[in-house]
Design a protein around this ligand. Structure first.
Ligand code: SF4
Length: 476
């Protein structure tokens, strides 16, 4: 088992990912398995499309009146005995949680799965304060043992095989090597059980926050979210401002689509309704409950009429599974807690200018839009962000690449104004490419288009009038 060194930038990291055949094999097999399960549970559920439309309409409404819903949610949470903290940015959220851990004398923290805490880099901050943090979702636990970030928002260890995990547990946990999933899971389970009982503070993310009732909904499959939120004396829920939905009656529409698109299940195993600390006379639940509601660039997204649609995301991860770029380079190459198509549209705002290049990391094939359960038009947002980035007065991160892209776009724009010239060029290109074709495909394009055929074939030009391009298989 080897831990990959951190590549320097996105180009290097994506080239390293694409060149790693073993990584691509694992990603392909996991994504294909997911899509098969998803297709099955979707097809056997006739109202799927109607639920998708209903969920989108609810999110659209919620995003349109976030301020009002957040006020209502806060009022209800406080009435249940929760302390609510609004964090303008990642530092404020981190500082609040670290100060809380210190003031409550916490030494050990257990965490349920939460991409929002990845976004605010909470673990390093807690560890720096001398507090032990343990990820309790199995995938998160595995990547934490490897000392690396998750590579998928739903399946953090998607880049690893059961043999990799067997090696890891052998080295880090000192157990005899096994690649048997049931044995590996049992080992993790027994280690994690002990930690839940010893933890002073629990932290989870939030899938939905219902304004009407002041309930936080955490969906999961392993029960670790339930234990992180109930066993420690102090519990902190961390959520982005966009997680609020208006009513309890809205929730089933999301539960019908989330399990199906995220994991190919009809419903996730646990749907936790968390409403406050334990009340007098109750035996279970935390003594204190805090809710950290994070902005961190989301208000700026809300103010952008095109980008605000990205706030409708329910973090199901399906767009990663269908994305040809993600499937070739893996999640770590993005170097953002949010990889794949959704990461490419939200990271520039949530993570900052270090992710400004991500909207360019897409082929605009549209598969993400088709699969998205709330029908987010990701390609449109990508184009919008590209336009914003290229019109920005700030110097580009890779001036050479930006210069070449601009010059190419200008040349194309000049040509595209003359349809006759375009047709003529098309015919000349077709004549030149025909000798390179074998069985309808060109396997090596000449320079400067050679990069295209490193990983895929190019359809051979057909005689006669041009027709729609068929889907083609990647060269795997
Ligand atoms: S953009 Fe859509 S498909 Fe992608 S994670 Fe969000 S909800 Fe899921």
């Amino acid at each position: 088992m080897t831990e990959s060194p951190k590549p320097r930038d996105f180009f290097q990291a994506s080239a390293a990912g694409a060149a790693d055949h073993e990584l691509r094999r694992k990603l392909e097999s996991a994504s294909a398995r997911h899509l098969e399960h998803f297709t099955q549970v979707r097809d056997e559920f006739a109202p799927y499309e109607a639920e998708r439309s209903a969920a989108r309409a609810i999110k659209q409404d919620a995003i349109g009146r976030l301020d009002e819903l957040l006020i209502e949610l806060t009022r209800k949470l406080e009435a249940h005995g929760c302390k609510v903290f609004f964090a303008a940015n990642a530092a404020e959220a981190r500082d609040y949680i670290v100060a809380l851990a210190r003031s409550s004398g916490a030494h050990r923290v257990v965490k349920g799965k939460s991409m929002t805490t990845e976004e605010i880099a909470l673990n390093p901050a807690l560890e720096q304060a001398g507090i032990e943090v343990l990820e309790t979702d199995l995938g998160e636990y595995i990547v934490q043992l490897r000392g690396e970030p998750p590579s998928h928002i739903i399946t953090p260890a998607i880049h690893l095989s059961k043999e990799d995990i067997g090696d890891l547990f052998h080295v880090k946990l000192g157990i005899p090597y096994t690649a048997e999933p049931a044995e590996l899971t049992a080992v993790a389970r027994s280690r994690l059980r002990e930690s839940f009982l010893r933890a002073d503070l629990g932290i989870t993310g939030v899938n939905f926050a219902i304004a009407e009732t002041g309930s936080l909904i955490v969906v999961e499959n392993e029960g670790n979210g339930r234990m992180s939120s109930t066993l420690p004396e102090v519990f902190v829920a961390v959520m982005g401002i966009e997680k609020v939905i208006p009513k309890l009656a809205d929730l089933p529409h999301f539960l019908e689509i989330l399990g199906r698109t995220a994991t190919g299940q009809k419903l996730t195993t646990y749907t936790n309704f968390i409403q406050g600390p334990r009340a007098p006379g109750e035996l279970d639940g935390p003594r204190e409950m805090h809710v950290v509601i994070l902005d961190n660039g989301r208000s700026a997204m809300l103010a952008d009429p095109v980008l605000r649609e990205a706030l409708m995301c329910i973090r199901c991860g399906a767009c990663l599974n269908v994305c040809p770029v993600y499937r070739h380079i893996g999640g770590h190459a993005y170097q953002s807690p949010y990889p794949g198509p959704i990461g490419s549209i939200i990271s520039p705002n949530l993570v900052g200018s270090a992710a400004a290049h991500l909207p360019f990391a897409s082929t605009l094939c549209g598969a993400c839009k088709d699969v998205c359960p709330v029908k987010i038009d990701i390609p449109r947002i990508l184009l919008h962000l590209r336009w914003k980035e290229s019109s920005s007065p700030a110097p580009p991160q890779w001036p050479g690449a930006a210069r070449r892209a601009r010059a190419g776009a200008r040349r194309f724009a000049r040509m595209a104004r003359h349809p006759r010239t375009m047709r003529l060029m098309g015919r000349i290109a077709a004549l030149m490419l025909r000798p390179l074709a074998r069985d309808g495909w060109i396997r090596r394009m000449p320079s400067p288009f050679g990069n295209w055929t490193i990983l895929r074939d190019f359809p051979a030009p057909r005689p006669g009038r041009p027709r729609a391009t068929e889907n083609q298989d990647a060269k795997l």
